[in-house]
Ligand binder design. Structure first.
Ligand SMILES: [Zn+2]
Ligand SMILES: [Zn+2]
Ligand SMILES: [Zn+2]
Length: 350
């Protein structure tokens, strides 16, 4: 998805910078100087970009290129369609500003949309928020009406959004939607929803990736020779299976079926959901280098166990101190320690 876009230095909300940029007429769009430099500099779009006048340095701001895959798609489509203005980006910002935000992975009440299968029934366990429906229809106009409002009794229930951008399934869904749109354009007929319906039905049947949560007694894809590299069904299907189909030797070493891991100690977690590990996997596949993959996976697993152990120790200590009614200072110190552990995990190992 990130094709042709730089690695953004400010994808998360941060305060304290006064060098943000925006698009004239769309103050909701904010870009970091790095992305402006590499994306807009020396293009016809540069005159539409200006410094964001900022009244309060404490405001938390993130770079739209780094934080929003929708916006990255809008940019790629702008280039692909040889557009000479930033209308797609502006429209997305407008949709963000005028609809209830996508609740992502938190259950919430929204006006929910769904997808009809071959028989005309709604696909089970798939709900998409109206904000995402609007974004899809704006960027991929043949898909207008593709998602249908759920019947009254379920359209206002508490759900998570099936197409949330931070989920691991998002890029697979978005790629499939783009392909559906492109086929509709080429055939000059309405979009054929079936490939997307099949994908969603396959995905919603799988247990969703639980990322770095430690599970005991779970079932995983792994190689008998590298048991530290446990992969959930979701990530296996998204990352490993395509390489199996391309006859990658590394990918073919994994068990095709999910199995229990023996001697897993404090538990196992998925090792292939993060962007860092997926890059490592791709490199191992390209170089056909199983040793590299095994080494990187072992390092990660060791760090994970060490940090989990430390995290537990600190939590235990905090509980004991709160029983002995410790002071605010102790509490603060322990919270800082927990933050440090999380930061080391996210910055170096995840
Ligand atoms: Zn950026
Ligand atoms: Zn959503
Ligand atoms: Zn996973």
């Amino acid at each position: 998805m990130k094709k042709g876009l730089p690695d953004c230095q400010r994808p998360e909300s941060v305060s304290g910078y006064d060098d943000w940029y925006t698009v004239i007429g769309a103050p909701g769009l904010t870009f970091c100087p790095g992305c402006v430099d590499s994306v807009f500099e020396r293009t016809i779009f540069r005159p539409s970009i200006r410094r964001l006048p900022q009244l309060n340095l404490n405001n938390n701001i993130s770079c739209a290129f780094g934080s929003s895959p929708w916006l990255r798609l809008a940019w790629l489509l702008t280039l692909q369609q040889h557009r000479t203005d930033l209308t797609l980006l502006r429209d997305l910002a407008d949709i963000e500003a005028t609809s209830e935000p996508c609740p992502g992975g938190t259950e919430a009440t929204r006006s929910w949309y769904g997808l009809r299968d071959r028989e005309g029934y709604f696909v089970k366990d798939f709900h998409i928020c109206y904000s995402d429906v609007r974004k899809t229809e704006r960027l991929l106009p043949t898909l207008s009406g593709f998602f249908v409002r759920l019947p009254q009794r379920s359209s206002h229930g508490m759900y998570t959004c099936g197409i949330r951008a931070e989920g691991n399934r998002f890029s697979a869904y978005l790629d499939a939607l783009i392909a559906t749109h492109e086929r509709a354009l080429a055939s000059r007929k309405g979009p054929d929803p079936m490939p997307f319906v099949d994908l969603v039905e396959r995905k919603t049947r799988l247990r969703e990736c639980t990322r770095d949560n430690m599970l005991t007694g779970g079932l995983w894809h792994f190689m008998p020779s590298v048991p530290s590299l446990t992969i959930c069904e979701d990530c296996y299907e998204a990352v490993v299976e395509p390489e199996v189909r391309r006859n990658s030797e590394v990918a073919m070493r994994f068990n095709r079926t999910i199995q229990p891991v023996y001697g897993e100690g404090m538990g196992s977690s998925c090792q292939l959901y993060s962007r860092r590990m997926r890059k490592i996997f791709q490199r191992a596949v390209e170089d056909n280098d199983l040793k590299y993959l095994a080494r990187k996976s072992k390092e990660r697993r060791e760090a994970e166990l060490r940090l989990q152990e430390r995290y537990k120790d600190v939590v235990r200590l905090a509980k004991r101190l709160s029983r002995d009614s410790a002071g605010v200072d102790d509490e603060r110190r322990l919270n800082r320690e927990l933050d440090r552990i999380t930061q080391e995990w996210q910055a170096k190992w995840e």
